[in-house]
Design a protein around this ligand. Sequence first.
Ligand code: I3S
Length: 169
Amino acid sequence: CPSSPKHPSTPSEKCGVLNVTKITENGKKVRKSWTSSWTVLQGSTLLFAKGQTSSSSWSYYRNGSFPELLLSLLSNWKRSVKPRPAVSYKHFGRGQPCSFGGNQSKPEFTVDLRGGSVEWASKDKSSKKHVIELKTRQGTELLIQSEIDSVITDWYKALTEAINTHAWE
Ligand code: I3S
C-alpha cells in the first residue's frame, strides 16, 4: 500500500482508513452517518469496509503508515480497546497489496468512479476539516475525510487521477 513516501503519490491502488458518509444516494438526499472505513482504491473502483475502530492500527502498521498508526493507537487507547498483539514486521512489511483480507473480505459498498468528480467540500457540506466531496455518475455523493492533512491530500490526488484515467471507459 502506498502510504510510504517511497510510493508514487498517485498510485493505481491505494488503501487506508478514512471517515466517510453518503449525503446523496441515487439522486436523493440521505442522512449523514460518518463511519470509519477501510478504504481501497482499485483502478476505477473505490471500496469501503465498515467498522475499523479496533483494527485500524493493524491496517496502518501493515501498510507502514506510522503517523496514522500513532493516532489510531492513541484513539484506541482512549477507548480502552486492547491493541492487537505485535506481529513480526518481516511478515507484514511495507508495500503489502491493498485488500479486503480476513474479516474485510466483503466491502460494505463500492463506488464506480467512472464519470464521477471530486472536489474539496465547501463549509456548508461539513463542519469538519479536510473533507473531499465525491460525486458519482449514478447520483451518489459522498464526503470523505481524514484528520491528517497529508493523508487526505494524497487521497484527493489519487481519486482525481483515477477519475481522469478512467473517464472515457
Ligand atoms: O450537515 P449536518 O446535518 O449538520 O451534519 C451533522 C449531523 O449529521 C450530525 O448528526 P445528527 O444530525 O444526528 O446530530 C453529525 O453528528 C455531524 O457530524 C454532522 O456534521 P459534520 O459537519 O460533522 O459533517
